[in-house]
Design a protein around this ligand. Structure first.
Ligand code: MN
Length: 228
C-alpha cells in the first residue's frame, strides 16, 4: 500500500564530525527563559512555570543555508538558543532523570516575526504565525552528549554582520535543561527526534535581507546563516 501523494521528506540535522543524521520529529520551544530577555520583552522574570510553543519539524535549516526573508513581516528577529536533541522516550520524567533523554546539543536561532507575535499577544491569539513559519528554525550540526556532556554554563552569543547583538551565559537560564524536560514531559510524551529550543538571552533585534547571522555557544558549536 503506497501513499496517495508523494511522501514528504524526513527533516533532519547534521551531526558534527559524522556522516549520520539526526531525524527531527517535533520542535518545542521555551519562552522567556533568561531574566534579561524577559525584561526586554516587557515581562516580569518571575519563576513562573515555563511555557511552551512549537515550530514545525520542516522549519529546520542547516548551518550555512540562506534563509529567505519570510512573508508577512517587517520585523524579523534573531534569538540564539541552546537546542537539546532528544534521543529517548520519556513521560512524567523526574528532573534528576531528565538529562538521560538528551542525545546531543546544537546552536539554534528561534527566528521570530516579532510584529506578528506582538499582534497575537495583544489579542490573546496563538503565536504560531509569529514563531512557526517556514525556515524559522536554523540549527547547527548537533554534537552528542558522549562527546560534550551536558553544557550548563558557557558563553552564548550572536552577532549580525560582525556586530555583537546577544551575549549571555547558559548558567543564566531561569529553568535548566533538566527542569524544562521534566515540565515538558508532563504535557507531551517526548520521543527520539524531538528538539527543544531552551530560550534566548537579551539583545534580540531585527535582521534584513543581506545580513549574516553568526551564533555560537561555547563547547557546543557555531551557526552561520545569511538572510536573503
Ligand atoms: Mn525563543
Amino acid at each position: 500500500m503506497g501513499f496517495v501523494i508523494a511522501a514528504p521528506d524526513q527533516p533532519s540535522l547534521a551531526v558534527a564530525g559524522g556522516d549520520g543524521r539526526f531525524p527531527v520529529r517535533r520542535i518545542y520551544c521555551v519562552g522567556r527563559n533568561y531574566a534579561d530577555h524577559a525584561r526586554e520583552m516587557g515581562a516580569d522574570p518571575v519563576r513562573e512555570p515555563p511555557f511552551f510553543f512549537m515550530k514545525p519539524a520542516d522549519a529546520v535549516m542547516p548551518d550555512g543555508a540562506d534563509i529567505p526573508y519570510p512573508p508577512g513581516t517587517a520585523n524579523l528577529h534573531h534569538e540564539v538558543e541552546l537546542v537539546a536533541a532528544i534521543g529517548a522516550t520519556g513521560r512524567d520524567v523526574a528532573v534528576e532523570k531528565a538529562l538521560d533523554l538528551v542525545w546531543g546539543y546544537g546552536v539554534g536561532n528561534d527566528l521570530t516575526r516579532r510584529d506578528l507575535q506582538g499582534q497575537a499577544k495583544a489579542k490573546g491569539h496563538p503565536w504560531d504565525v509569529g514563531k512557526g513559519f517556514d525556515h524559522s528554525a536554523p540549527v547547527s550540526p548537533l554534537r552528542p552528549v558522549t562527546e560534550i556532556g551536558h553544557p550548563a554554563t558557557g558563553a552564548i552569543a550572536l552577532s549580525v554582520n560582525g556586530t555583537l547583538r546577544q551575549q549571555g551565559d547558559l548558567g543564566d537560564m531561569i529553568w535548566s535543561v533538566a527542569e524544562i524536560i521534566a515540565h515538558l514531559s508532563r504535557l507531551f510524551v517526548l520521543q527520539p527526534g524531538d528538539l527543544i529550543f531552551t530560550g534566548t538571552p537579551a539583545g534580540v533585534g531585527a535582521v534584513v535581507a543581506g545580513d549574516v547571522i553568526e551564533a555560537s555557544i561555547a563547547g557546543v558549536g557555531r551557526l552561520r546563516n545569511r538572510v536573503v
